[in-house]
Write a protein that binds this ligand. Structure first.
Ligand code: CA
Length: 225
């Protein structure tokens, strides 16, 4: 899941980035409204955490401009106080949810996951592909009932392939959804992770669900072939 954090308090933004990356999200950060707007315009984010009081362009403006441009990412606004005015305004401009500062990190993560489920892919929580079960909520995977341990990145790769089961997913798409803009965008990192996923969910079970489509990307076969 790819997240954009637009927050001018740099320590808070950095803490959110670290924390959300630990949860397995790919996180980009903008410290002002215009940068946030530009990033959101060229990168498909699943959810955007948008502070209201921002230098330049405030959160309300960013939100309404994104919606006017047809951007349908889930938007969670951070309201400075728990005044009804802020919250009503946030929802009016097209935000999906809001959270008052100071907020609990655990609550933020739960809200983001809930929001990501509601919008965009509207992904089911449990993806079942033959005897392969990928549980997005619990972050677990089983094959024929046997638990398979994956790293957060490996899980994110598998989850993305599972959401698009039967379709070819390019390395570029995996890179853009799972790795950050600022990180090394070497497609080899995708290959390494896909290989690791294959070694864990296929090889021990004599399956070949993770297929390489030469020159195009990868496909997770729905039948587990
Ligand atoms: Ca602020």
């Amino acid at each position: 899941m790819r997240v954009l954090v637009v927050e001018d308090e740099r320590r808070l933004a950095a803490a959110l980035q670290r924390g959300l990356e630990t949860e397995g999200f790919a996180v980009d950060v903008a410290h002002d409204g215009l940068t946030g707007l530009n990033l959101a315009g060229r990168t498909p984010y699943d959810v955007i955490v948008l502070d209201i009081m921002l230098p330049g362009l405030n959160g309300y403006r960013v939100c309404s401009l994104l919606r006017a441009a047809g951007n349908d990412a889930g938007i969670l606004m951070l309201t400075a106080k728990d005044g009804e005015w802020d919250e009503a305004e946030a929802l009016d401009t097209g935000a999906d949810d809001f959270l008052s500062k100071p907020f609990s990190y655990v609550v933020l993560v739960a809200r983001l996951r809930a929001l990501a489920r509601r919008v965009g892919s509207r992904a089911p929580r449990v993806l079942v592909l033959g005897d392969l079960v990928v549980d997005s909520a619990a972050r677990t995977c089983t094959r024929g009932g046997t638990p398979v341990r994956l790293t957060t990145r490996e899980f994110a790769v598998l989850e993305h392939l599972a959401l698009r089961a039967g379709e070819v997913v390019s390395k570029r798409e995996l890179l853009s959804h799972i790795w950050d803009v600022g990180q090394d965008a070497d497609p080899n990192v995708v290959e390494v992770h896909v290989s690791a996923v294959r070694r864990k969910i296929d090889t021990p079970f004599a399956r070949a669900a993770v297929q390489t489509v030469r020159g195009a990307g990868y496909r997770l076969a729905a039948d587990g072939g």
